[in-house]
Design a protein around this ligand. Structure first.
Ligand SMILES: [Zn+2]
Length: 650
């Protein structure tokens, strides 16, 4: 195992070892103002004080919003995500119906999971106090109890091109860790915690309520955040540490700065061990912080190896990582619900003291959550409406990373008695519920949580793995690289992604996308029948060399039409490969040879990951040995394990 020398030291309260290196300015002339990577629509300044005894955060926020909408704006929507953690919210109503990653359906209400976010004052520069103009809206449903989105109408409109500054005070009540955020004992994972303005997109405001299955969407900008916490807390945050000052009363105030990102999260615990390291890629040096919880240090080298391998893979194959930092938060015992989550330049992982090397969950989670830096973080698609563009593309790249680092057949489970690669795990999760929802469904409109997870993550990955076999690995790598480079920092749509695939491949792939992306078609081919008969079957005594007429019948069981190869092997070991366009429901191949057909196999090179059932893809004339049976036992184990894993990773 390749692990760099670890420098273990707490970061909070300490000076940075080196000044932050602004990658964006690496090629800019000296003294030139760095060119932003993104169109900066928002500038947040937040001052937050943690009140640990009450699990509260008292904060003030100044948001300067630049009106780039091309028209006057008078009404502005804001997210208050923490209000999802209330029994009457849309989020909890949906959890109650069908569960979500941390809670099963029918879960009873536990008051310790109550969370809230209350704006106590809202002023607008030049317009005065507009607190009384706040009212909650419910753009996605008629749930008047949901308080996750409010809108405020200003006395006068903000002209196109002008900026407006909102000043507000707010109070967060943090839940005990639930759905990625909250506290556990003295550990805090503070995500989705401040009033966040919606996005003007497709000529209207896009500010969805917080749903059980939805994640996030926000504009790029700058964050200057001051966090006041107990002096013995070790703090990690999605920004560069600018300063740290001790206050009277046993607290300290840390100041962070971040730019060209669309969110800011932070974490604090007196029990973190900060494992610091560096990685250097094409855009410069990245400072790594692993914030390890007690008892989990054995996993630190595994996290680091996975993280550096993922950084290197993305840098080489997708594009440069332009930030100078990445923090990995290892949640403490009992707080795993805070794990497996992504924020710009800060991700949460997850492990346990007993984690065996043969279970690569810690590695998968790091590869997955880091990958989000590219898709959720920089490309920044709308996760409410097109979750597949983030989670799905990210799951495909997760397979590529994990297979490159840990081997295609052993990248998720690697025991002597059971092994599984990540591509197979994505396929299994897709097949758990393949035909209810297309990839393109809005995240909260899936039939349920299992379909959302299986389709958004597993199906997208499987669709792209199959496409990779169709186009070739190099071409597919070029597709992903071009998509990232063209659309980073721009909020593209699914149409943009599909257009990039067509452009780079030089093909019109509508026939595939219509079935795989916007359709719910399921792909399943089977060998229906294999038989041989003597041509002169009516002769009781054969005269001369025997000739057989052999038949192989292939059936397209599913409604997904896809070209397949069929390899037919004869009992003299000769073989032939047929290519079928799959358009009809079945095809029969007929041969007249001196040898009988011995076996037939669809997709002999295992290119078609979308095929629902691999077991009916082949048939031999003589009965198979017991291998199939053994395989099934492992299959059951792996299936259960994978559905757990998939349910957990966000
Ligand atoms: Zn994810």
């Amino acid at each position: 195992m390749v692990v760099a020398a670890l420098c273990v030291a707490p970061i909070s309260g300490a000076k940075r070892l080196a000044p932050p290196q602004n990658h964006a300015t690496a090629e800019a002339p000296a003294n030139a103002e760095p060119k932003p990577l993104s169109t900066r629509v928002v500038a947040y300044q937040i001052q937050a004080t943690l009140v640990p005894r009450e699990h509260k955060i008292n904060a003030s926020e100044t948001l300067t919003y630049k009106n780039l909408t091309g028209q006057p704006q008078q009404t502005f929507p804001f997210h208050l995500y923490l209000n999802a953690f209330q029994p009457q919210s849309t989020f909890m109503t949906e959890v109650r119906l069908d569960g979500t990653r941390g809670s099963s359906s029918g879960t009873s209400w536990d008051p310790k999971h109550y969370g809230s976010e209350t704006v106590t004052r809202l002023e607008v520069d030049g317009m005065g106090d507009v607190t009384k103009n706040i009212h909650f809206i419910h753009p996605d449903d008629n749930n008047t109890q949901d308080r996750t989105v409010f809108q405020v109408t200003l006395p006068t409109p903000v002209a196109p091109g002008a900026s407006v500054t909102f000043r507000m005070d707010f109070v967060d009540v943090m839940p005990e860790v639930v759905e990625r955020t909250g506290y556990k004992r003295d550990f805090y994972m503070v995500g989705q915690w401040f009033p966040k303005i919606g996005v003007w997109w497709k000529n209207q405001w896009n500010c969805h309520q917080f749903h059980a299955a939805t994640e996030f969407f926000a504009d790029f900008g700058t964050f200057d955040v001051k966090v006041t916490v107990p002096q013995d807390d070790v703090v990690g945050a999605a920004g560069d540490l600018v300063s740290s000052t001790n206050n009277s009363g046993g607290t300290k105030t840390l100041t962070f700065h971040s730019e060209d990102v669309h969110d800011f999260s932070w974490t604090a615990s007196p029990h973190f061990t900060d494992v610091e390291d560096f990685w250097t890629g094409s855009a410069g040096t990245v400072r790594i912080h692993l914030l390890m919880s007690p008892g989990n240090m054995a996993t630190a080298p595994r996290y680091l190896q996975a993280l550096k391998g993922t950084l290197a893979y993305y840098d080489k194959n997708v594009g440069p990582y332009p930030y100078d930092r990445i923090t990995v938060v290892d949640p403490p015992h009992g707080a795993l619900d805070a794990g497996g989550m992504e924020y710009p330049t800060l991700i949460t992982a997850g492990t346990a003291w007993w984690m065996p090397k043969g279970l690569l969950t810690p590695e998968v989670v790091v590869a997955h959550e880091f990958g989000h830096q590219y898709w959720y973080g920089m490309v920044a698609t709308n996760e409410f409406e097109e979750a597949w563009l983030d989670e799905g593309i990210n799951s495909y790249e997760e397979v590529k990373v994990m297979d490159a680092l840990y081997g295609p057949k052993t990248s998720v489970i690697n025991f002597p008695f059971a092994q599984m690669g990540d591509a197979e795990s994505q396929r299994v999760s897709y097949l758990s519920m393949p035909d209810y929802d297309p990839l393109t469904r809005f995240a909260w409109q899936f039939v349920g949580d299992q379909s959302y997870g299986g389709i958004t993550y597993g199906k997208t990955a499987t669709v792209l793995l199959t496409l990779e076999k169709l186009l070739g690995e190099n071409k597919m790598r070029d597709v992903m690289h071009q998509y990232f480079m063209r659309y980073r920092f721009t909020h593209p749509t699914g149409a943009d992604f599909l257009k990039t695939i067509d452009d780079v491949s030089g093909q019109n792939l509508d026939w595939y996308f219509n079935q795989a992306v916007s359709g719910t078609n399921v792909l399943d081919y089977e060998i229906r029948d294999v038989r041989s008969d003597p041509v002169k079957w009516y002769e009781s005594v054969s005269t001369g060399p025997r000739v057989y007429r052999s038949y192989v019948t292939v059936h397209r069981k599913g409604d997904f039409v896809f070209p397949v190869d069929v390899k037919v092997t004869f009992d003299d070991k000769s073989s032939t490969t047929e290519h079928w366009d799959g358009r009809d429901r079945w095809i029969r191949y007929t041969y007249e040879r001196s040898a009988k057909v011995a076996a037939a196999q669809i997709d002999p090179d295992h290119k078609v990951w979308l095929d629902r059932n691999f077991f009916n893809n082949s048939r031999t004339v003589s009965s198979y040995d017991s291998t199939t049976h053994k395989l099934l036992n492992i299959w059951v184990f792996v299936n259960e394990w994978i559905s757990q894993l998939v349910a957990w990773i966000a």
